[in-house]
Design a protein around this ligand. Structure first.
Ligand SMILES: C[S@@+](CC[C@H](N)C(=O)[O-])C[C@H]1O[C@@H](n2cnc3c(N)ncnc32)[C@H](O)[C@@H]1O
Length: 179
């Protein structure tokens, strides 16, 4: 069901969805684990919730997970399937991040935005909002099928670690970045 919805939206607009299948549980778990201990998490581009599900497993009871997802079909799906008091949804683009959150307000931001399909200017605009909204020493976690954004991330963040998850369609690099 969720795979079908994902594929349908991918065929409609691959540029925006950036994948043909939701992230595997292996990739999703590794992304979520990098936020360990964070109480205020923002997820950019939640899709059908593969990573969201793993984030909720480790989010403290008093924590808050805010979703920014541009695709209204995905937002409706998430609202129906993830009824959790710790979650807040915005059917909005990641560019709105600094309008929704104050500076230094999030302990972790997790993104699966398809930066590989975005222009450099657009990617940099979103990343600048990410840095503003992260707390000092906050973590930004992003996956990508190539290392296209590595240089840009290294310029912006104090520390950038990379790992590789082969058990995903397609195998993906995970950037774990510290403000
Ligand atoms: C590669 S999919 C990942 C979906 C899901 N997180 C997963 O891992 O299976 C990228 C997601 O980013 C969303 N997206 C693309 N551009 C966006 C933007 N500017 N703001 C918010 N979400 C966006 C897409 O609709 C899609 O759900």
């Amino acid at each position: 069901m969720e795979q079908l919805l994902f594929l349908k939206n991918s065929v409609k607009n691959f540029y925006r969805v950036g994948a043909v299948m939701p992230s595997s549980r292996f990739l999703s778990k590794r992304m979520a684990r990098a936020t360990h201990g964070a109480e205020t998490i923002i997820e950019l581009g939640a899709g059908t919730g593969a990573i969201t599900k793993e984030l909720l497993k480790i989010l403290p009871l008093q924590g808050r997970l805010t979703i920014l997802e541009i695709n209204p079909d995905f937002v409706s799906f998430l609202e129906k399937n993830f009824q959790d008091k710790r979650m807040v949804y915005y059917a909005k683009s990641a560019e709105f991040l600094p309008k929704i959150f104050g500076k230094n307000s999030a302990a972790a931001i997790v993104s699966s935005l398809p930066f590989g399909n975005f222009s450099r200017q657009r990617t940099e605009k979103i990343l600048s909002g990410v840095v503003d909204c992260l707390k000092p020493n906050g973590v930004f976690v992003q996956f990508q099928y190539s290392l296209k954004s590595w240089r840009t991330l290294k310029k912006i963040f104090r520390q950038v670690d990379i790992c590789f998850e082969p058990r995903n369609l397609w195998p993906a690099f995970i950037y774990i970045c510290r403000k």
